[in-house]
Design a protein around this ligand. Structure first.
Ligand SMILES: Cc1cc2nc3c(=O)[nH]c(=O)nc-3n(C[C@H](O)[C@H](O)[C@H](O)COP(=O)(O)O)c2cc1C
Length: 172
């Protein structure tokens, strides 16, 4: 069976909660909090499947615990070919409609450039209201946006649906 690692950076706990829900839904998965459990980019080697979670901060930036690892990845260029990767993370479409969950797009580009297969977990933009997102690709988000601030009632349902979709797409 494929090994699944859920790597999450979260400052306020929203993306962390999503990661914990995914951890339950992906049986046998391992949950790695980027602040507390991350040992270095070699840790990605332990898994066939990576679920990468980050909230968006600043002007479309990834969460602070991802800054150094992603910088190191771009520098060291580890080979990610053969890995299946999907992205999720929290944002706020009302207060930050100009860069809504843009971190997901930035992370996708970094992993894809290193050879990972990132063609999983694309999510419809319907049901969200925003001006721009760097995570929007070909009319869809390149991962799962969670907006607990404005649409908390939809969060659990979105996570469950997305998990089922990703499992089916990855053949898990
Ligand atoms: C200073 C600041 C900047 C933010 N920038 C963005 C942004 O550019 N895009 C976005 O979608 N959300 C933005 N947010 C909203 C956060 O992503 C949102 O609060 C999210 O729920 C945090 O998730 P976390 O608890 O997992 O860290 C920002 C929030 C703050 C306080």
């Amino acid at each position: 069976m494929a090994s699944v690692g859920i790597f999450v950076g979260s400052s306020g706990g929203v993306t962390q909660e999503a990661a914990e829900a995914l951890h339950e839904l992906f049986e046998g998965s391992e949950l790695i909090n980027m602040e507390e459990d991350f040992d270095g980019i070699e840790q990605f080697d332990d898994f066939d499947v990576l679920l990468i979670g980050s909230s968006t901060w600043g002007q479309g930036d990834f969460q602070r615990d991802w800054v150094d690892p992603l910088f190191e990845m771009q520098n060291d260029e580890p080979d990610m070919s053969g890995k299946k990767v999907a992205f999720f993370g929290a944002g706020d479409q009302e207060s930050h409609p100009e860069e809504f969950v843009s971190a997901l797009g930035k992370m996708k580009d970094i992993f894809a450039k290193l050879g990972a297969n990132t063609a999983f977990g694309a999510w419809p933009v319907d049901g969200y209201t925003f001006k721009y997102s760097f995570a929007q690709r070909d009319g869809k988000f390149c991962g799962l946006p969670i907006d607990d601030i404005n649409q908390e009632d939809l969060t659990q349902e979105r996570i469950e649906k997305w998990a089922a979709q990703v499992k089916a797409e990855m053949g898990l």
